[in-house]
Structure formats: C-alpha cells, structure tokens
Design a protein around this ligand. Structure first.
Ligand code: ADP
Ligand code: ZN
Length: 437
C-alpha cells in the first residue's frame, strides 16, 4: 500500500516530540480559555491561574471536565474568548439531544480546521484528480462547510450537492464523474437502494470512495455499503464542539480512526467514576481542543463510547487510533431493566444478507412491561407475499437479537424503501414509553 501523508512531519512525529508539541499547545489553549469567565472560575478553583501552571501533560488531569450542559448554560457568548469583531464564522451542533451549542471561529481557527479535514481526505488516497460530492447538510451543521473546505484544500473538484434529493445525487455523479462522496452511512444505503430501483447501472458512475460518519454504524454496515456500491468506505468522526469533521479518521489501513493528537488530546474515562479507563478498555471519550482560539473547550465529555487500540498502525502515523464509536452513553435504552445499545441491534440485522438497507427500533409500554419491536426492511431477493421464507427470516432475526441482548423482540418485516429515511442523522429509535415523572 502506498500511504500518502498530507503533512508527513506532523503525522509521523515520534511520540516524545508529539507530546512536547501537545504540552505547548495545551498551555496555549489554557491561555485562551482563561480569557472566558467560565474557565477563569473553573480553572481558578483547580489552582490554574496562568498557562505556566501547566507544567506537564499530566497536569491535564487537574483541569475539570466541561459538559454539554456547561456549553448550553453559556449560550450564546459564554465561551467566546476573543472580541466579537474577530469572529468570522459560527456553527452549531445538530441538537440531537437537546438545545444546540454554538462554536465560534476566527480566521486562523478556520485555517486549522480546514487543514485537519484536508489531512483526513488526503490520507485516504484522494488528490486533485478527484471529483468530490458532499452529500451532507450544509448550514449550521459542521459536516457541510467543513468537508467542503477540506476538499478544496486538497484540490479536488467539490460539488456542494448537500443532503437529500436522492435522484439528483446520482444524476450529478453521472454528469460530473464523481469519484468520492461524503454522507451519513444511512443516506448512502438509501442512495444505493434508489439507484437499484431506478435502474442506474454501476458502470454509469465512477464512484470509488465514501467518507461516512456523523452517526454510529457497525462494521457490517460498512461492509454492506462497500459491497453494494463497490467502493471503499472510510469512517469519519467529529463533533461540533471540536470543530466538526476532521477530529479522527481512518487511514487506508482501515483499522481504527487516527485521532489527530497535535490538534486534540484524547482520554477515555469511566463515565461513572470519571477516572481514566484501563488501557484499551471502552469508556467515554474526553477531548481537549488545541486548535481553536475563539471558543476554547478543555476536557470535553463527548458522551461517545470508544477505546484506543494499542500498537502501531502499518501506515506509519504515530497518532493513536480510536475504535469505531459504538454510540453515546445517553443512547442506552433500559428495556425491562436490561441495558441495550441500539448498535447491538444494528450489528445483528446488518449482518444478515436477507435484510435490506434500513431498520427502526420502537419501544413501548404494554401493561407494566416494556415491549421492543424491531422493524426491518427486507432485501430485494425476498418477496413480501411468500410467507414461508418471511416467517423463517423473522424467526432468525428474533432469535439472533435475543441471543445478543437477552430480550425477545417483536420483529416486523417491511418492504424495501418503506421505512422512514432521514437526510441527516438517522433516527433509529422511537421510544414511546411515558416519561418518568
Ligand atoms: P449533536 O451532538 O447535536 O449530534 P454534532 O452534529 O456535533 O452534534 O454531532 C456529533 C456527534 O455525532 C458525535 O458526538 C457522535 O455522537 C456522532 N458521530 C459523529 N461521527 C460519528 C462516527 N463516525 N461514528 C459514530 N458516531 C459519530
Ligand atoms: Zn494508519
């Protein structure tokens, strides 16, 4: 494999040098943070009144965590650390779990962010010969403009197609010879199903790569997209609190996402005790942003669950790799007392070849008990009026889910293309249970 680096010095920097760089940048970020009253108070209580109070990377642990609630409480300008006149852009999180939070950028912040995204894109083997269709929501959401700028930086021809409008998406691919797309994995599956439905031949498009992210998906879903579209799919992780895309990304070895440690410091903690998780174990990812002056955020509790791989990557990059993010701490459903992550159900359904491209999880109250229903689209080879194979498939899905999560679900089979599709992040869970009072 011919691994290519956007910035070989930074990407392959020996760990001691990388950590020295992190320390310098952490001090700088603490300096930026101390300009806000929020961090002056928080850091002051922890005995940090100046960047010089950070003497080693171990001092990171003296910094208190920042939570989503802190950011919300600071809405709209509480985390802004520079004069308003120096801000050139704002973005907001998509608000999946409540009130959105706002992030501000100055000119240099945008340059650094763009460089991060370019590094990710280039590392997958793209160059100026590529035509890149950015099939994701533009606007306040960071995925649109973030990838757009990164794509231009690499020198690709960028088509700002935005999300949705499925038929137009593959027309654009045909007209302009798109070679790379960026989308949510659920939208990629939807586009593929529609292409099949409308008889678009694979030969009429030149696609060879996709960046898929913004929502959790399983390894089976990746393989499914790769097999159906005959492309390489790279996992892309980011969040608006850390700029957006460009935080962690897979290289061509596709064995975990390199967290760009010259720009972010990552920790994995036990979400209950808030202590560091043992090496290699799953926990909550905590990130410190070293590259944004206008809105410094230190030790942010992402609520995303992951862990670090140990060992080095064959690509030669020295930045540690995160495992695929399986979900958020607050995604967890408690069904009749059993903890269930939607990703466990996705793993089962997406591994079955008879299953189509979409599914939905519904939880309801039935008397005193919780009732889990999994609605699954069937694949194109299964006919809805052929009851025997349908019953067999329903049973297979039911028993495999039960073996995985110990709960016996009701399984409903639906025709391909009939379950709701979201243009942005997929909504996989509908919880109709009355909220506790
Ligand atoms: P919101 O928190 O409102 O969804 P963002 O638009 O910033 O706001 O989304 C960031 C979140 O999206 C991450 O914290 C994570 O939960 C999820 N996410 C992004 N990329 C991935 C990915 N590749 N795998 C799993 N989850 C992802
Ligand atoms: Zn690598």
């Amino acid at each position: 494999m011919n691994y290519q680096y956007w910035n070989s010095e930074l990407e392959t920097m020996p760990r001691p040098a990388l950590e020295a760089l992190q320390l310098n940048r952490l001090k700088e970020a603490v300096g930026w943070a101390l300009r806000t009253s929020f961090y002056r108070e928080r850091l002051g209580k922890a005995g940090i009144g100046s960047p010089d109070d950070i003497k080693s990377l171990a001092d990171l642990r003296r910094i208190p965590y920042t939570t989503k609630q802190d950011l919300r409480d600071g809405f709209p300008y509480g985390f802004l650390s520079i004069p308003r006149e120096e801000v050139v852009r704002l973005h907001a999180s998509s608000g999946t779990t409540g009130v959105p939070t706002t992030i501000y950028f100055n000119r240099d912040d945008i340059k650094r962010w763009t460089d991060n995204v370019a590094r990710c894109i280039y590392g997958t083997g793209c160059n100026s010969a590529d035509v890149f269709q950015n099939m994701i929501n533009y606007g306040l959401f960071t995925g649109g403009l973030g990838f757009h700028a990164g794509g231009e930086e690499v020198g690709m021809l960028v088509i700002p197609s935005g999300a949705g409008n499925t038929t137009r998406q593959f027309r654009l691919m045909q007209d302009f010879g798109t070679t790379v797309v960026h989308a949510t994995p659920s939208f990629l599956l939807h586009v593929e199903a529609r292409m099949r439905e409308e008889g678009v031949s694979r030969e009429s498009i030149k696609l060879r790569k996709a960046f898929a992210g913004a929502e959790p998906y399983s390894e089976d879903t990746r393989r499914r997209i790769e097999a159906l579209l005959h492309i390489d799919v790279y996992n892309s992780y980011g969040l608006s609190e850390m700029n957006g895309p460009g935080v962690a990304f897979e290289c061509q070895a596709k064995n975990g996402l390199h967290l760009w440690e010259d720009r972010y410091i990552g920790e994995i903690i036990d979400p209950d005790t808030l202590e560091p998780a043992p090496e290699g174990e799953t926990g909550e990812l905590v990130l410190t942003c070293l590259c944004r002056e206008a809105t410094p955020i230190l030790r942010y509790r992402t609520r995303d669950l992951s862990s670090f791989y140990t060992g080095v990557c064959p690509c030669g990059r020295t930045h540690r790799r995160l495992r695929r993010i399986t979900g958020r701490t607050d995604d967890m459903l408690i069904i009749n007392g059993v903890n269930v992550f939607p990703s466990q159900i996705e793993e089962v359904v997406m591994s079955m070849k008879e299953v189509g491209n979409n599914y939905l999880i519904v939880v309801e109250k039935e008397g005193v008990l919780d009732r889990l229903t999994v609605k699954v689209e069937v694949g194109p080879d299964i006919f809805m009026d052929d009851t025997r194979p349908l019953n067999a498939l329903r049973d297979k899905i039911r028993s495999t889910i039960q073996a995985s999560i110990t709960i016996n679900p009701r399984v409903e089979l639906h025709e391909g293309g009939s379950l709701p599709v979201s243009e942005g992040k997929a909504k996989r869970v509908i919880d109709n249970r009355p909220k506790d009072i």
